[in-house]
Design a protein around this ligand. Structure first.
Ligand code: AMP
Length: 397
């Protein structure tokens, strides 16, 4: 998929609106606990500074009540961090497309940066409202989308706004280009053998991705809660483990289809089973066929980890989306952590889908060891499902 690239845009001395994803996690005191999303936007911002643009940045943050300003959802902590990272003044408008933003955008000079207030303070943002899109577009001469994490949303700053710029005046920023390129290569031209590790809570959340991945991969390794619907489809008694009964047939179909395509599909051979769903539950590792009645599988066991490690030994590309267990509880995080270590040491291109999987890899400090970690959970999943993202479509060549 070829996108209109920021490199092909004439940006010199233009007023440029960059849609960023500054939706960073914060603690209760308003401190940013992980600024990866802000740092990911820097290459596009710095490039625009080099082109001597006047830069207007827009982002959503948190889930504010639409139409109302709230101090706790203000982008001011993000602006402070941007100032530190860029070592320059960055101004925050008091509103999004109100009098203050309009005046400041109008007066903005080349080499200066203005950040609009949280886009979701405006009702029109998530509704993709044409009037709001037009008001936002009127602030700038060029539109750049660098917010991969929200590009699966048809929101005003992501989709509606693009209708107000012709092909010469809109493009993807470096982060968006990189994300799309990685997933494109992964799905269309991966180095083989290609293995996908798919986990997470439910089959329903990953079904479309599994169906789209099957004809593209050589091996598929299943873990997490979703494994139990597959195990049940094989006739195992999985106790109280997470099972979607209505998808047992679908899980069976996927296993059949894998066989037909010559794709090797692996399921956990042992699991860490617990009496209750809690961090201090009584637990023990059992064979996947011998989960005690009333117990639930909350992680893959050591034998599965070893099996998966062997299976991954000869592969050249590994995609990982979804944890192997309830990684939020230390006792059930071992399977995911060990898989993360396999990837860190693998002699392969390793791509980690966003969301929980990116979170757990970061938690154990292995993020630098991966070839690529996506900045978007929902957006990357939709790419794996084979969808064209609404924020990406208008930027396609
Ligand atoms: P997802 O959003 O579908 O990728 O799922 C991520 C969630 O799956 C995490 O919050 C995990 O705690 C959860 N999860 C992983 N394994 C299990 C399991 N065996 N039982 C219940 N939940 C699980």
């Amino acid at each position: 998929m070829k996108l209109l690239s920021i490199k092909e845009c004439d940006l010199h001395e233009k007023k440029v609106f960059i849609r960023c994803d500054f939706n960073v996690p914060m603690d209760e005191f308003g401190n940013i606990t992980d600024d990866r999303r802000i740092r990911s936007a820097l290459s596009t911002i710095k490039y625009c500074l080099d082109q001597e643009c006047a830069i207007i940045l827009g982002s959503h943050f948190g889930r504010p009540k639409a139409g109302v300003f709230s101090e706790e959802d203000s982008l001011s902590p993000v602006v402070r961090r941007l100032q530190q990272l860029l070592k320059m003044d960055v101004t925050l408008a008091r509103d999004v497309v109100g009098e203050d933003a309009k005046k400041r955008a109008h007066e903005l000079k080349s080499g200066e940066i203005l950040v609009l207030e949280n886009l979701r303070f405006e009702k029109g943002e998530t509704k993709n409202d044409p009037e709001f899109s037009a008001a936002l577009a009127s602030l700038a001469e060029v539109y750049i989308n660098d917010a991969f994490g929200v590009s699966h949303r048809a929101h005003a700053s992501v989709e509606g706004i693009t209708q107000h710029f012709d092909r010469e005046h809109k493009a993807a920023g470096f982060l968006l280009l990189k994300e799309i390129e990685f997933f494109d290569t992964l799905l269309e031209n991966p180095a083989r053998p290609f293995a996908a590790i798919v986990g997470g809570s439910k089959v329903s959340g990953k079904l479309e991705a599994l169906v789209n991945l099957l004809p593209r991969v050589d091996k598929i390794l299943i873990g997490g809660g979703m494994a139990f619907t597959f195990l049940k489809a094989m006739g195992y008694d999985v106790g109280k483990s997470l099972v979607e009964d209505d998808l047992i047939g679908e899980a069976g179909n996927i296993m059949e289809e894998a066989k037909r395509l010559g794709v090797k599909l692996y399921l956990p051979v042992d699991v860490v089973a617990a009496e209750t769903f809690s961090a201090d539950a009584t637990s023990r590792t059992v064979s996947a066929q011998e989960i005690p009645t009333g117990w639930m599988g909350l992680d893959i066991g050591l034998a599965s980890v070893e099996l998966y490690g062997e299976v991954l030994e000869d592969v050249k590309t590994i995609l990982w989306n979804g944890p192997m267990g309830v990684y939020e509880m230390e006792r059930f995080a071992k399977g995911s952590n060990k898989i993360a270590h396999f990837l860190a040491q693998a002699d392969a291109t390793t791509v980690v889908g966003g969301g929980d999987t990116a979170d757990l890899v970061q938690r154990i400090g292995l993020d630098e060891e991966m070839t690529f970690i996506s900045t978007g959970g929902g957006a990357s999943l939709e790419l794996l499902e084979g969808k064209v993202l609404p924020g990406v479509k208008p930027l396609m060549k």
